[in-house]
Write a protein of this length. Structure first.
Length: 104
């Protein structure tokens, strides 16, 4: 019904070595609203913390207000970084979210 993927921050920045990244979190639409997303996000945050990251980032499509509200309710915040990618033949506009992680 869903999965999450995490690892080191992919986009290079001065903090890249210290930060982890939530690469993907996906829930089947028929499972929305059942708390699975919160469980997966919590497990992903714990995995990042267990890997030694004190902070994590994620990228979300700017127009995806449902996902943005989900992350904001979980304590993530948009830090002002944006990127646009047109390599697939159409532009994808994403914003970066950041969150501090609880120490292990």
């Amino acid at each position: 019904m869903g999965f999450a993927m995490t690892g080191h921050e992919r986009q290079m920045s001065p903090l890249s070595g210290a930060r982890g990244e939530l690469w993907a979190i996906n829930i089947a639409p028929e499972a929305w609203g059942q708390g699975l997303g919160q469980l997966l996000l919590g497990a992903a945050e714990q995995a990042l913390s267990d890997a030694g990251h004190g902070e994590a980032v994620l990228w979300v499509v700017a127009a995806n207000t449902r996902a943005r509200r989900f992350y904001e309710r979980a304590g993530w915040y948009a830090d002002g970084a944006e990127k646009r990618d047109a390599t697939l033949g159409f532009e994808i506009h994403e914003v970066r979210y950041v969150r501090g992680l609880r120490p292990v």
